[in-house]
Structure formats: structure tokens, C-alpha cells
Design a protein around this ligand. Structure first.
Ligand code: ADP
Ligand code: ASP
Ligand code: MG
Length: 437
């Protein structure tokens, strides 16, 4: 069995839903759907109004969104019977959302609101497939996708519950489920963070030991640079798991940052495919490397760098431990680290406890902070005995001020920290130097 995940744009209109239905019928696979594009953003906006105790603001967006969905229903279904069933389904979800406009609104209610997008899209697709005569079975993600007390997925629970649900429905033509949504360790509705449907797909792939995980989206695979920023990017046909994981973690939006790990651990190939161009080869992510090849560049925004300079560092064993402990105390992960004899620089993307961290670090040295930074990450088979790749990267960056450079933590990436205002020209320069034939 394969796991096929379709993102928001892939199911973003009635016509797109029909196209996806054509792609998924004929094989008994497990299909994960996101919410229709724009829906989760609207649900976030509705929640914002409700947090601010403005039910009128929320109701305006709810009503607009509902009207959009009733339009999709008219276009998607042929028969009055299915139009009616879909109307009832969509109305019940909007009633649920509206029920939160009257009362106290907390994180708990927000999670329930955010879950409605995937519940609606999968419900609609399931009805559409039934109208076509396809025996699809909807497996509720809220019955098997679960996180533990550390908000990490619980693979044993997921495998056990999902296997049981599949066994209970042996005659299905195909299985559908919701991406993104889950329950937490306390049984409450929760989610796997924005863009998390990719993660759902790979967790399911790992749980059922799928033959392949396919991520269907609106572009023909992983490009060699961010197509939203750089002109003339091109698809990379083959990536190693580690390369894909680095790119996803360092900002390639096509993949959720953590979605490669479950596939890698279980050695399940991941294929990135284009719903608008289903015959395009896309990108295959597997255990294979292409010796010595630089594959792609990605950038992670909203980075803060912190430098701690200490005259005593050289002789002081335990200096780095003390520094890292401070970040740990505030549950703030570090992305990049560079050290010298007199100091250490680190980067973080979560600024929530920045003031406290800086305050505590001052015990150990002079602290300076740079805001609005970007990590640029060059990814490929960069084993240290492959000569020359560092020189090519540095040459590309010759006109861009670089605050930190890091290599050696992995054989697959070189990271550079630059100012956000230099991001576009840095990415373009790297594309020009690294990928022009
Ligand atoms: P989906 O809704 O299907 O999950 P996303 O919007 O999350 O789709 O991801 C696809 C988008 O990722 C593309 O439209 C593209 O703009 C963006 N993207 C950013 N970096 C890359 C990259 N290196 N290769 C391909 N797409 C990328
Ligand atoms: N619908 C969710 C979001 O927009 C999850 C996803 O699409 O992956 O973030
Ligand atoms: Mg996505």
C-alpha cells in the first residue's frame, strides 16, 4: 500500500477535487488530505477574532467561508442526494465553529476550530467518491493520530490503532484520512503544526510500512532553490533522506520540517509529485546519494543570533555546557553554532525567552544579539573529502556579508548566517554559481 498526501492547493476547488479523485481511484492506497487552500488561514483568523472577544469579526469570516463551501458543493456533486448530504456535512462543521463564538475562547477551542478544515475536505471527498461508486472508507485521524506528553507523535499507538481500523474495513477500494489533526496525550483535539499534513503522511507510511509515500503538491518536486524568491529554479530529481531533511528543516516549504524522519528510519521512499502535472517525474527521496553533487539551497527566516564573548573561555572547561544549559532551561532549541577561542555564536528561531536568555548569559561573558537574520543552507553530498565545494559557496557569497559559517555537523550541509535584507541576492548568487551548468 502507498500513502498519498494531497496539499491544500491540490484540493483547493471543486475541479481540483475531481482531478484528485481521478488520481486516487483504481488502487487501494491510503490518501491523506489537507484542508482546501486558504481554509486553515481563515480558521486562524476566526480564532484571532475570538481571542480578541470580537464575535462579529469572527462571524463575518465564518459566513464568507461557509458561502464558499456551499459554492464548491454545487459544483462538485451531480445529484441532489449528494448535494444534500454534503450540505448537511458542511453545515454541521460550521455549526461547530459558530458554537465557539458565544463563549470563552481558549487554546483548547482554537485547536477544535483549526481541525474543521481537514474534517470538511475529507468528508466532502469521501461523499464525492461514493457518488462516483467508489467504496472509499474514511479513517478518522482523531482515532489514531496521537502525540505524547512531549507533543511528539506516539508511533506505537498510531500503528496499533491504524492497523485495527484497516483490519475492520477490509473491503475498501481506498482509504481516506485527515492530515494535520491529531489528539494529544490528554485526548484533546490538537494538530501537528502548520503544514503538518506532510508529517501525517510520513507517520502513517511508517506505521503501515508503506511501499512509498507520495506528497502531491502544486510544483514538480523539490527545486534547487526557493522558487518564491529566485528566478529560474529547476526540479531536483533525486535526493538522499538526509538532504531532504536538511532542506525541509532549513526552509524548503514544500516539506514539513520533520516529515522526512519517519520515512528515513523505516527506509520508505518519498516521492514529491505535482497534482497539476501528474506525469512529471517529480523528486524521489531515498537512501541513494549522488557523489559529490550540490543539490539545492534553502533559507530559514526569522533567525536571531547571539554571541557570547568571554576572555576566560579558553581555559574554562564547562563553558559551553553552561551556555547550552541556559537555552535548555528556556526550552529554546539552537540551530547553528560556531565557536572560537574567545567566544561562541548560536542562532535561535524562537525568541519567546530571548530577554531571559540574554540576561542569564551575561553571567558568563559579553553578550550581543543580531535580529532579522536568515540561515542559508546549501545541501548536497558534502563529505569532507570532496574538495572544492566550500570554495564554490564562498565564491558565490563574495559580495554578501556573512555573520556565521557552519560545516561539519553533517556531511550534507553548509550553513551561512546573513541579514534578511541580503537574502534574495544571496540565494540568487548561489543559484548562479552552483547550478548554472
Ligand atoms: P501544500 O499545500 O501542497 O502542502 P505548500 O505550499 O506547503 O504546498 O508547498 C509547496 C510550495 O513550496 C510551492 O508552491 C513552493 O512555492 C514552495 N517551495 C519553497 N521552497 C521550495 C523548493 N525548494 N522546491 C519546491 N517548492 C518550494
Ligand atoms: N491545513 C494545514 C495548514 O494549512 C495543514 C497542511 O496543509 O499541511 O497548515
Ligand atoms: Mg505544505
Amino acid at each position: 500500500m502507498k500513502v498519498l498526501k494531497f496539499g491544500g492547493t491540490s484540493v483547493g476547488s471543486a475541479q481540483r477535487m475531481k482531478d484528485v479523485a481521478k488520481l486516487i481511484t483504481g488502487n487501494c492506497n491510503l490518501v491523506v488530505l489537507s484542508a482546501m487552500s486558504g481554509t486553515t488561514n481563515s480558521l486562524v483568523e476566526i480564532s484571532d477574532y475570538l481571542y480578541k472577544k470580537n464575535p462579529d469579526g469572527a462571524n463575518e469570516i465564518i459566513n464568507k467561508l461557509a458561502i464558499k463551501y456551499y459554492g464548491h458543493i454545487d459544483e462538485l456533486y451531480k445529484t441532489d442526494e449528494y448535494k444534500q448530504k454534503a450540505k448537511e456535512l458542511v453545515t454541521s462543521h460550521f455549526d461547530k465553529i459558530r458554537s465557539f463564538t458565544k463563549d470563552l475562547f481558549t487554546l483548547f477551542e482554537e485547536k477544535v476550530v483549526l481541525a474543521q478544515g481537514e474534517l470538511i475536505s475529507t468528508g466532502m471527498m469521501n461523499l464525492y467518491l461514493h457518488e462516483l461508486g467508489v467504496k472509499s472508507v474514511l479513517l478518522p485521524a482523531l482515532e489514531f493520530m496521537r502525540t505524547d506528553k512531549n507533543a511528539e507523535p506516539d508511533p506505537l499507538y498510531i500503528r496499533e490503532k491504524l492497523t485495527k481500523l484497516l483490519e475492520e474495513n477490509p473491503d475498501a477500494d481506498l482509504y481516506l484520512t485527515q492530515g494535520y489533526i491529531c489528539r494529544n496525550a490528554y485526548g484533546e483535539i490538537d494538530n501537528l503544526q502548520r503544514g503538518g499534513s506532510d508529517y501525517t503522511a510520513s507517520l502513517i507510511g511508517a506505521a503501515i510500512k508503506a511501499e512509498e509515500i507520495q506528497i502531491w503538491t502544486d510544483i514538480d518536486g523539490m527545486h534547487n532553490n526557493d522558487p518564491r524568491v529566485v528566478d529560474k529554479t529547476s526540479p531536483v530529481r533525486q535526493l538522499h533522506f538526509e538532504e531532504a531533511a536538511e532542506l525541509a528543516y532549513f526552509g524548503a516549504k514544500i516539506l514539513h520540517p520533520t516529515c522526512i524522519l519517519p520515512a528515513k528510519i523505516n527506509n520508505i521512499p518519498v516521492r514529491l509529485l505535482n497534482t497539476m502535472q501528474p506525469d512529471a517525474p517529480g523528486t524521489l527521496i531515498s537512501n541513494e546519494t549522488e557523489k559529490g553533487k550540490i543539490k539545492a539551497v534553502a533559507a530559514k527566516d526569522n533567525i536571531t543570533s547571539i554571541k557570547i564573548k568571554s576572555g576566560r573561555m579558553l581555559l574554562a572547561t564547562g563553558f559551553l555546557r553552561k551556555v547550552f544549559e541556559i537555552f535548555e532551561n528556556y526550552q529554546t532549541p539552537i540551530d547553528m553554532v560556531t565557536t572560537s577561542e574567545v567566544g561562541v555564536s548560536v542562532t535561535i528561531d524562537n525568541r519567546k525567552h530571548l530577554d531571559e536568555i540574554v540576561n542569564d548569559l551575561k553571567k558568563y561573558g559579553t553578550v550581543s544579539v543580531d535580529n532579522d537574520m536568515v540561515i542559508v543552507c546549501v545541501v548536497g553530498d558534502l563529505e569532507w573529502d570532496n574538495v572544492g565545494f566550500e570554495a564554490r559557496i564562498i565564491q558565490a557569497m563574495k559580495d554578501v556579508p556573512v555573520r556565521m559559517i557552519s560545516y561539519g555537523g553533517s556531511n550534507y550541509n553548509v550553513s551561512l548566517l546573513i541579514k534578511a535584507s541580503d537574502k534574495k541576492r544571496a540565494l540568487q548568487a548561489l543559484s548562479d554559481h552552483l547550478f548554472k551548468n
